[in-house]
Design a protein around this ligand. Sequence first.
Ligand code: ADP
Ligand code: ADP
Length: 226
Amino acid sequence: MAGLNLKGIYKRYPGGVTAVGDFNLDIEDKEFIVLVGPSGCGKSTTLRMIAGLEDISEGELYIDDKLMNETPPKDRDIAMVFQNYALYPHMTVFDNMAFGLKLRKMPKEQIKQRVTEAARILDIEHLLDRKPKALSGGQRQRVALGRAIVREPKVFLMDEPLSNLDAKLRGQMRAEINKLHKRLQTTFIYVTHDQTEAMTMGSRIVVMKDGIIQQIDSPQVLYDNP
Ligand code: ADP
Ligand code: ADP
């Protein structure tokens, strides 16, 4: 269960930039929502405020009807996947995926079970003993997704996770991420500057410009009224 309510949220960076202004959005539990807009329009900042990596200047963030403005990231039950997946180069795929769970002192058997299950879902079971440098870009991004999945978060945040991949692979991974959403049944919030990507993912698309929401619609409505 993880519905989100963003009420009148602003982000003002020191120095006077209003990166996000009056952001209002209700996200349903298990919804797949896409934030799209040109570079610099405030997508990343919005995501980082939801994750707790950036303070909210004004407004309220609720997750499951609980005010989260002051809740530290580790207590938000949220996982985030980034564009530069930053895997630990000296660790195997298994250990990269297990790392966060080990920090949380999860029992070894449970860690093993979660990592193997996530690896199976992402089709990287055969890569568990490899180091990141022996993986392709797409495989690395799967590991990054795996590292997030094993935590079984209530909310999944993705910040341009496919931007570093070539076009063909991006297409494949789009489909994979759609499948992943159906399978995990959790709330997904996906950020991209790529219109095509936005149109083929998620049930609602939030179009942002200059820190402001311009439009919120289904892909079909946006397709019919570009
Ligand atoms: P997007 O993700 O859509 O590319 P961002 O959220 O990264 O946009 O940035 C929104 C605006 O906030 C931009 O004008 C950017 O320059 C500014 N910004 C982002 N991070 C910071 C920061 N740490 N300090 C000051 N300004 C920032
Ligand atoms: P550490 O020495 O850092 O505690 P280990 O390398 O012993 O970590 O691994 C922790 C657990 O994960 C062990 O139970 C190990 O058997 C299991 N494990 C490690 N790599 C794999 C793998 N490729 N497939 C399945 N289980 C693995």
